[in-house]
Design a protein around this ligand. Structure first.
Ligand SMILES: [Ca+2]
Ligand SMILES: [Ca+2]
Length: 202
């Protein structure tokens, strides 16, 4: 009888979990965003800007995990087109865990690529080879060691999820000038609406 009860419990748990986590799935992403909504200098919506800046146009982002790699959290950002992603782009997905802000971020700069976990907007943990770009699917996927993001474990919730993409100027001087003029030091920027939370599986 005990065995049967355990089995029933297992079925119940397996049946319930996917509804609660609603995660790890491009068809049900935590973050969604409009197409062609890049803002030039953080202010202007122009069709030509959207045609030229498809590589910073966020479409969606989602969180996922793999049972055989339980020490990693995967975060995928889907853009309209990743072909020009290695220009002066900056791409980030941001969330809160226990009131602390975490962001996974890749910065492309003068042919160099840097990926960091940023905590509370200041402390940076550099990750090596953790960003995979898929040119077929127009996605970038980060593999993040859980020890870098507060040692999250099963049942923990990541909330206030958000994605940001921007294209910066090559010159800091020009960036500073534009910041003074328009209040934005980027050529173009796209920010998502706040997304759904994600519950850690493993
Ligand atoms: Ca967008
Ligand atoms: Ca947007």
């Amino acid at each position: 009888m005990k065995k049967i009860t355990s089995l029933i419990c297992c079925f119940l748990v397996v049946g319930i979990i996917p509804q609660i986590v609603n995660a790890g799935d491009p068809t049900n992403p935590e973050i969604t965003d409009s197409k062609n909504d890049v803002l030039l200098f953080g202010q202007f919506s122009l069709p030509i800007a959207n045609r030229m800046l498809k590589h910073i146009d966020i479409l969606s982002a989602w969180f996922s995990e793999k049972s055989d790699e339980p020490n990693f959290l995967y975060v995928t950002l889907q853009l309209q087109d990743v072909k020009k992603i290695r220009l002066m782009g900056i791409y980030a997905v941001d969330w809160y865990y226990e009131g602390i802000e975490y962001a996974i971020m890749t910065i492309f700069e003068h042919g160099k690529e840097t990926t960091v976990v940023q905590i509370q907007g200041t402390e940076n943990i550099t990750l090596e080879d953790s960003c995979l770009i898929d040119e077929e699917k127009n996605t970038m996927t980060w593999a993040i060691p859980k020890e870098a993001i507060g040692d999250v474990t099963a049942g923990d919730t990541l909330d206030s999820t958000l994605a940001i993409a921007g294209l910066r100027f090559c010159s800091n001087r020009l960036a500073n000038l534009m910041k003074e003029r328009f209040g934005c030091n980027a050529i173009g920027i796209d920010i998502s609406e706040e997304g759904k939370g994600y519950i850690i599986l493993y």
